[in-house]
Design a protein around this ligand. Structure first.
Ligand code: NDP
Length: 274
């Protein structure tokens, strides 16, 4: 029987998830479709009930619904509870709706080939929004040391407190260059600065070329921030890997087994604006 999946959000027109998942269906010869559904904010509960009533196997959730959807679900996985946000929903056999979050683990999987997080590793996260929180929570089990910088310092402080209250080690620092540039082993750029190819707020002068620098934006493929890091000799990754692996983990959550990562990657790359 054909399976149905979707991504809900607003706006959603530019989501690459359908192309990515359809690439996976092609590789596996799976009879399935994956729709892009724009949901009006006031209609979220109806959309959730509608997808369930129509027999969808599961769906992804994106901006602005990752937190708003929680009251409409029956249960959350530990990952969703830790992140306080849901990006994947599965309809269980008994009809209950299980909310999960694959963003943070997707990030960790996306850097594995370059760097494995380990105890005491110095990690700097730029930004303190939803993506920063998801990544920080997924790094908790590795006992890394996290420095958080955010334009609005209060938010960085709040996130640091949350991380520390859950057994992690985090400090907040002022938004701008500092000693952290020399000591960071991993820098993760999670702000939306660069989406419009705008210059970063500060220079990376003094960064160690040993640092792995990740910008979770993937469109543009290389933000000015990431270009500067590359030009200063650092290894760099954009956010396409995070998108791919959060999708692969969602696939595995819905269907079990191993996700067809090669097919999903092909679908994703073909759909990226050139
Ligand atoms: P949020 O709205 O939750 O957070 C936005 C963050 O960006 C805040 O830290 C905010 O700082 C900061 N910011 C915004 N504008 C500026 C600016 N002009 N200067 C400095 N900082 C700024 O968004 P998300 O965390 O959900 O998403 C952030 C980015 O991550 C987006 O670009 C999104 O596309 C990308 N993303 C990529 C994913 C992937 O799979 N690759 C997954 C999820 C997100 P302040 O608190 O001061 O406002």
């Amino acid at each position: 029987m054909e399976k149905h999946f979707a991504v809900i959000g607003n706006p959603i027109a530019h989501s690459l998830s359908p192309a990515m998942h359809q690439g996976g269906y092609r590789e596996m010869g799976l009879e399935a479709d994956y729709l892009r559904c724009e949901v009006e904010p006031h209609a979220l509960p109806q959309a959730v009930q509608g997808l369930k009533a129509l027999g969808f196997t599961g769906w992804n959730v994106t901006v602005p619904f990752k937190e708003q959807i929680i009251p409409w679900l029956d249960e959350l996985t530990p990952e969703a509870l830790r992140a306080g946000a849901v990006n994947t929903v599965k309809v269980m056999e008994d009809g209950r709706l299980l909310g999960h979050n694959t963003d943070g683990k997707g990030f960790v999987r996306s850097i594995q080939e370059e760097l494995k997080p380990e105890k005491d590793m110095q990690v700097v996260i730029l930004g303190a929004g939803g993506a920063a929180k998801g990544i920080a929570m997924a790094l908790l089990p590795y006992q890394v040391k996290i420095t958080l910088l955010n334009r609005t310092m209060e938010r960085a402080q709040q996130l640091a407190e949350l991380i520390n209250s859950r057994g992690g080690r985090a400090v907040a620092e002022a938004w701008g260059p500092g000693e952290w540039l020399k000591s960071a082993q991993l820098i993760v750029q999670t702000t939306s600065l660069g989406l419009k190819k705008e210059k970063y707020s500060f220079s990376l002068e003094g960064i160690s070329p040993e640092t792995l620098v990740v910008d979770i934006i993937f469109n543009p493929w290389e933000t000015p921030f990431l270009r500067e890091a590359r030009e200063r000799g650092c290894r760099t990754l954009n956010g396409a890997g995070m998108l791919l692996y959060q999708g692969a983990l969602a696939w595995e959550f819905w269907l079990g087994g191993q996700a067809p990562v090669a097919g999903m990657k092909k679908g994703l790359l073909e759909a990226l604006p050139k």
